[in-house]
Write a protein that binds this ligand. Structure first.
Ligand code: TNX
Length: 653
């Protein structure tokens, strides 16, 4: 539109040479401004302030990055240089601040009270880029913003010669809302190699996440070498392979080869910690206990209250969550015995080695989903409770948590656990709580004065459905992108000082490969990134969607997988009579049309578009839908059985 106006002005100016030149300059300026405005406003997470200007900084053939004479800052500059050299045909060199070169990208530490710890100020003009921050972390985030201002192809792993590497002129001031901005990766259920974890870190830092929570142990595997407990990785890291529908697998035969798995040696961990640190990421290690501990129990069966032959789970059922609700229960005792001193010796050994490996101030001890039925039946537990004046098994769990807390503190670390650690008795005040069953646990903990990380399953569980279950890989409940975008780690009536931040969790019991992992993570983790970095007042769903779409181009260039399920329709069936339903359809995005048919063919935009509630024509057995933006197909073709919709509407068939 802007270009159209400018063309008109050009014609008018035909006979007015001088005015014409001015107008041309004005038009070029306008077009450049509007393009710059679009690019500058496509950043995720949204910066605090963005002022687009006219003109561009064109990457020269030889890019010069001038960096503070400081090892950490030089590394940031090297990092930027290596990305530029990978994707563009420019070369990039790093000089120190003494250099008087002009037309450079200058990274500068400034001692200014106006720039918060991880914040930065970025000024791009046609004659150079100035990035200022009070800390190296701030500079690092500034470079991530610079990368998002470059064309999407900057994410390419191979050189691209056909692109004009322009960075739009802009002034950005930015800083995070929360200090804890996390992603959790479950490396226990599915083992991710060291290299995969590194690329996970590379991906997350683009969106200014700074915490990687590694779920290192579970029923399906123990993934970290503990030198004083070698069986944890000779036995606990391996299981019989299974593929298909998780939770329905057969129990491995005792002599079945345990060929699936892996673990990180202590050297691997050191390498990962260093790799993360260079990218301003801390790693939070989690050893999940007392439950989710079958891999440990299979390695050292004496840790269980229930004598038996234990094997690392292959995805065969260990616990049952009754369909339609009800409390979960255990089929196998996957807990460490809280009434056995040997267990605390074991934990002491684990924590001694973990605390030496991970520099982060917290160690996560899990604490979630413990089924206490086996403790109720255990003579040892009952006797122990009597001797220690513990009145019930919940109290026994609280006793266990308190002991673990003491052990962790004795290693110079603080404990963090899932919100169940508040049950049966309050842990000491320095224990932090990770609230996963909604935000209620987090609110309760903050009110008691505990530090809290919010990770509510109904907003940030990126292992859950992101579209209709008939069109997605099987999992549990649903978190659509528009819901994920509504995540606010700071509830209204809670003192902000107790909320460290928020985190999205990627559980991997149903993941078998990296492509699927990325599919679950993106774009929902973008919504989390924005919830933990950006100001809540700047949230705007339609604007976010546009920025997500720009990010899709970047993912394409980087060959990172992502889900397009935000384009798919949502089905709302309602019961009309005992055998009939109406079907409502809607989309998360406001500019899509839904085309549908009951005739079993694959609809396109020539098909009827959805306008009002549908009723099912006699004889129809499925409703097939697809979404379009104009003439462009956006969603996938989804074939929904009518029987499924009737079931959802509560019609018994
Ligand atoms: C609950 S969240 C779990 C995990 C599962 C996840 C699946 C939490 C502390 N425990 O063990 O993988 O749900 O969404």
């Amino acid at each position: 539109m802007l270009e159209g106006v400018c063309k008109l002005q050009l014609i008018i100016s035909y006979n007015m040479k001088k005015v014409g030149f001015l107008l041309i300059a004005f038009c070029i300026g306008l077009v450049s401004f509007s393009q710059n405005n679009k690019t500058a406003n496509s950043i995720i997470p949204k910066p605090v302030s963005v002022v687009a200007k006219t003109g561009n900084y064109l990457l020269p053939k030889q890019v010069v990055i001038v960096a503070e004479n400081n090892e950490t800052v030089k590394k940031i500059a090297d990092h930027l240089a290596s990305i530029i050299e990978t994707a563009t045909s420019s070369s990039a060199i790093v000089l120190t601040t003494n250099s008087t070169r002009v037309n450079t990208i200058r990274l500068s530490i400034v001692k200014s009270k106006n720039i918060p710890a991880e914040g930065y100020r970025l000024n791009v003009s046609p004659s150079g880029i100035l990035l200022q921050a009070a800390t190296p972390a701030g500079l690092f985030y500034g470079t991530q913003t610079i990368l998002q201002l470059l064309p999407p192809e900057i994410n390419s792993k191979t050189k691209i010669n056909t692109i004009k590497w322009n960075i739009p002129a802009v002034a950005i001031t930015d800083s995070p809302r929360f200090g804890y901005r996390g992603l959790m990766l479950d490396v226990a259920r599915h083992f991710f190699t060291k290299q995969q974890v590194k690329s996970f870190i590379d991906d997350m830092v683009q969106f200014k996440f700074n915490m990687l929570h590694l779920h290192l142990t579970d029923d399906e595997g123990w993934r970290v070498e503990i030198k004083s407990l070698p069986k944890l990785t000779t036995v606990g890291a391996w299981r019989a392979p299974r593929t298909g529908l998780w939770g329905k697998f057969t129990k491995p035969a005792p002599d079945e080869p345990k060929t699936y798995g892996g673990f990180y040696t202590q050297d691997d961990i050191k390498e990962l910690v260093a790799y993360a640190k260079e990218r301003f990421v801390n790693i939070l290690p989690e050893v999940d206990m007392p439950a989710h501990s079958l891999a440990a129990v299979a390695s050292y069966p004496e840790l269980s209250c229930t004598p038996g032959n234990y094997q690392v789970s292959s995805g065969d059922p260990v616990m049952i969550w009754p369909e339609g609700g009800g409390h979960f229960y255990g089929l196998v005792d996957n807990t460490l015995c809280p009434a056995n001193e040997k267990v605390y010796d074991f934990i002491d050994k684990v924590m001694t080695e973990l605390s030496a490996l991970f520099p982060y101030e917290y160690i996560h001890m899990g604490g979630d989903e413990a089924y206490h039925g086996f403790w109720e039946k255990s003579e040892t537990c009952q006797q122990f409770m009597k001797n220690n004046g513990i009145k019930d098994v919940k109290g026994l769990q609280a006793y266990f948590v308190a002991r673990v807390n003491k052990i962790i503190n004795s290693k110079g670390k603080k404990m963090i656990g899932w919100d169940e650690i508040l049950e049966g008795g309050e842990p000491s005040k320095n224990a932090a709580v990770m609230s996963w069953r909604g935000i209620a646990g987090g609110i309760a903990a903050a009110k008691l004065g505990h530090p809290v990380v919010m990770t509510p399953n109904d907003y940030v569980y990126v292992d859950l459905y992101q579209g209709d279950r008939v069109a997605e890989p099987p999992t549990y409940s649903k978190v659509l992108l528009n819901k994920a975008y509504k995540f606010d780690p700071l509830p209204k009536d809670v003192e902000p000082q107790y909320i460290l931040g928020g985190q999205a969790n990627l559980w991997s019991e149903r993941l078998y490969n990296m492509r699927h992992t990325q599919y679950m993570l993106w774009p929902r983790a973008l919504a989390t990134a924005e919830s933990v970095w950006s100001q809540p007042g700047s949230k705007n769903w339609n604007d976010f969607v546009q920025r997500v779409e720009t990010q899709f181009e970047r993912f394409d260039a980087a060959e990172i997988n992502y889900s397009r399920s935000m384009y798919d329709p949502i089905f709302s069936p309602k019961k009309l009579t005992d055998s009939t339903i109406s079907i409502g359809l809607e989309t998360q995005l406001s500019d899509l049309t839904i085309h549908y048919t009951f005739d079993e063919s694959f609809p396109d935009y020539f098909y009827e578009s959805y306008k009002a509630l549908l009723t099912v024509p006699a004889g129809a057995s499925s409703l097939t839908v697809v979404t379009y933006r104009g003439k462009k197909q956006m969603g996938k073709i989804i074939k929904m059985p009518i029987a499924e919709l009737k079931k959802r509407a509560g019609i018994k068939q």
